[in-house]
Design a protein around this ligand. Structure first.
Ligand SMILES: Nc1ncnc2c1ncn2[C@@H]1O[C@H](COP(=O)(O)OP(=O)(O)O)[C@@H](O)[C@H]1O
Ligand SMILES: [Mg+2]
Length: 670
């Protein structure tokens, strides 16, 4: 007798369930997608015990007649596609016909459904894949699906469930994402008796962000809108002999990106605040993530991540969604076009609003601000971090010398006024951080927690217009109008203008200036260089010699002419102007020492910016260097001219501003 047998439907469904349903949030995802596909305008999600005990989703969509309701629980039963051709252009969120039978095989499911035009509805009860009851039922039109006791018959899977709060956080994050992608739909999420999210319909994504996360988050985000036509359709056309007489080549269609990207000051430690939607489907995609990282390269540190809500829209045939059982991955038919479009649109958006960055935000730009309120000592750390270690002043002393008012006995409870300026900013950023944490947890944050930044037109709920943005931009002119007062410890420039008092880190400011200059000159192949009177010999390790071979050309273009001089040595004949002696040697070692530094392992663009950043860092004015007023003025003017005056190429903040308002507040004049 043979040993192969066909598995029963129940087992097959449980296997499918293993791919589709791994936790309550994935059930919620499938049911939400069904509700959206059914054209619902109101969706209410209810969970108990993080979704382990109950998940109930009620929608006011098209409902199902009784036969369909029964069929819906059959394997591979779907109303969304008919033939394999339809797979090439899927316009719905679902299409596999697997979700309902999978879920019904591992939980107790109750369905009530009624189409709007039918007087009678249907109630269906299924547990562990077995139909227990089918009967008539009344109720409003639409569909309500209750899923109880998830994994009740698969104990092994139940064991993998996390604490209720963790599961609830996942469910909340998920509903939040879908709510963000569909501002026109009313979403509600309740846990037991708690309303976690209530979002009535609005017309713009920005209003939805405001509803869910509040003003602070919205203020940290820059709206993005870009569009381009596809050059050609991504799918091959049929050969000429298979075309009808009235064959018309397909319209290549357009690629659109809308959404929000964070200002450089807002940084996260992980990718959890990056949301990518393709045709309103939330996806994970390495290609797009890469494009985002490229866009922020040298604007934020390589170890930090921005907050992104990106909605890509393209013709359905340009994206294959049939890649992953949970439909969370896609394949673009024109990958590099989509990648470059995303990178360039984000870059353009960041450049356009460059002056809008608030410099005080730089105080909290460190990604450690991501998780919680930054302790004041951390802020002091940041202030002194630019100093060499031996030079770092004792914190207490310097903090005291910063105060504008006598120190309080308990600074943690009643912050010093000068730090109060920071503290309020911190509180704000922390609120943002919390709100953003809510991207992946419960969005408990109400709007207007501090009300620090009123909207320009005074209308609380109004959203920035998409492309131009209507927010109050502290303009770049403010930077150009800075007048230097002097130096602090020969390391930081103190300067003033109408906006208040500024502290500028002279090293990173110059670093940014040089970095952009080198990149600019590099483009026209004219990086300023000086010939060395005597070639400088540098000994390298064997691995560095290998890397040198791949980077010698690029170094040459950046003004650093070097050639091998024996098996372990290179000779530098010319160096970028301003860079000599020990700094030149350190720069060479830095460039050649990075792990994966060779030109093969990272792309040329990355190598290029790394070399430019390294030259800029080593050629820049140092801390502990006296500057005369003319030099300070020159540096501030040059900084004002840069494209990204907010952060150095390694992502550190350049300037801190103490606003006039904060100063007045500290002196209790307002
Ligand atoms: N909330 C709903 N409202 C109306 N019809 C629904 C709903 N949920 C499921 N259906 C119907 O049941 C079918 C099967 O659902 P599902 O198993 O999720 O597969 P898919 O969504 O891939 O088609 C759907 O194609 C749809 O016709
Ligand atoms: Mg479905």
């Amino acid at each position: 007798m043979g040993r192969i047998r066909v598995l029963s439907d129940q087992v097959a469904n449980q296997i499918a369930a293993g791919e589709v349903v791994d936790r309550p949030a994935s059930v919620v995802k499938e049911l939400l997608e069904n509700a959206l596909d059914a054209g619902a305008t109101r969706i209410r999600v209810e969970v108990e015990a993080g979704g382990r005990r109950l998940i109930r989703i009620a929608d006011n969509g098209c409902g199902m007649v009784r036969d369909d309701a029964l069929l819906a629980f059959e394997r591979h039963a779907t109303s969304k596609i008919r033939s394999s051709d339809d797979l090439l252009s899927i316009a719905t969120l679902g299409f596999r016909g697997e979700a309902l039978p999978s879920i019904a095989s591992i939980a107790r499911v109750e369905l009530t459904t009624r189409p709007p035009d039918s007087p009678a509805g249907t109630r269906l009860e299924i547990a562990g894949g077995k139909i227990l009851a089918v009967e008539d039922a009344g109720g409003p039109h639409g569909t309500t699906l209750s899923v109880r006791d998830l994994f009740f018959n698969t104990p092994a899977r139940r064991k993998f469930l996390r604490a209720e709060t963790t599961e609830l956080a996942h469910v909340t994050a998920l509903v939040t994402h879908y709510a963000l992608a569909h501002p026109e739909i009313h979403f509600e999420l309740h846990s037991a008796t708690h309303a976690l999210l209530t979002a009535p319909p609005v017309s713009e994504a920005s209003e939805r962000i405001y509803q869910i996360f509040g003003r602070e988050t919205l203020d940290q985000l820059i709206p993005l809108a870009a569009e381009r036509a596809f050059d050609h359709a991504g799918l091959p056309e049929p050969p000429p002999w298979r075309r009808d007489a009235d064959y018309a080549p397909p319209d290549p269609g357009r690629l659109r990106a809308t959404g929000f990207v964070s200002r450089p000051a807002l940084q996260k430690l992980n990718r959890n605040s990056i949301y990518i939607f393709v045709n309103q489907r939330l996806i994970r995609d390495r290609l797009i993530l890469h494009a985002i990282t490229e866009a922020y390269r040298n604007i934020i540190p390589p170890t930090s991540f921005p907050v992104i809500l990106l909605f890509l829209e393209m013709p359905a045939h340009e994206v294959d969604v049939n890649v992953h059982p949970a439909k969370t991955e896609v394949r673009f038919r024109q990958q590099s076009l989509v990648h470059d479009f995303v990178r360039d649109s984000i870059r353009a958006t960041l450049m356009k609003t460059r002056p809008g960055a608030s410099f005080v935000d730089a105080m909290t730009a460190s990604p450690r601000a991501s998780s919680a309120l930054v302790p004041e000592s951390a802020v002091e750390d940041m202030l002194v971090s630019a100093l060499p270690e031996s030079e770092a002043p004792p914190q207490g002393d310097d903090a005291a010398s910063f105060t504008l008012a006598p120190p309080e006995p308990h600074p943690e409870e009643v912050p010093l006024p000068f730090s109060a300026g920071m503290a309020s900013e911190e509180a704000e950023t922390a609120a943002v951080a919390r709100a953003n944490a809510a991207f992946s947890a419960a969005p408990e944050l109400g709007p207007g927690a501090t009300g620090l930044r009123p909207s320009p037109n005074g209308h609380a709920c109004s959203a920035p217009a998409l492309p131009e943005g209507g927010e109050p931009a502290p303009s770049l002119h403010s930077l150009a109008s800075l007048k230097p007062l002097g130096q602090l410890r020969e390391s930081f420039i103190l300067a003033t203008n109408d906006e208040g008092l500024w502290i500028i880190d002279q090293h990173v400011a110059h670093e940014r200036v040089l970095f952009e200059k080198i990149l600019r000159e590099r483009q026209t192949e004219r990086v300023e260089r000086q010939r060395l009177l005597m070639p400088m010999l540098i000994d390298l390790l064997p691995a560095q010699m290998v890397v040198f071979a791949t980077l010698a050309d690029e170094l040459e273009r950046n003004g650093c002419e070097a050639e091998p001089f024996g098996p372990h040595t290179i000779a530098i004949k010319a160096a970028p102007s301003g860079l000599g002696g020990g700094e030149l040697e350190r720069m060479i070692h830095e460039v050649l020492e990075q792990p994966g530094a060779s030109a093969q392992s990272d792309n040329l663009e990355a190598a290029r910016t790394r070399i430019a950043a390294s030259i800029a860092c080593h050629a820049a004015i140092k801390v502990n260097m006296p500057l005369d007023p003319a030099r300070m003025e020159w540096l501030l003017a040059e900084l004002a001219r840069t494209e990204h005056p907010t952060s150095c190429p390694h992502g550190r903040p350049i300037a801190l501003r103490y606003s006039w308002k904060d100063i007045q507040r500290a002196f209790q004049r307002i």
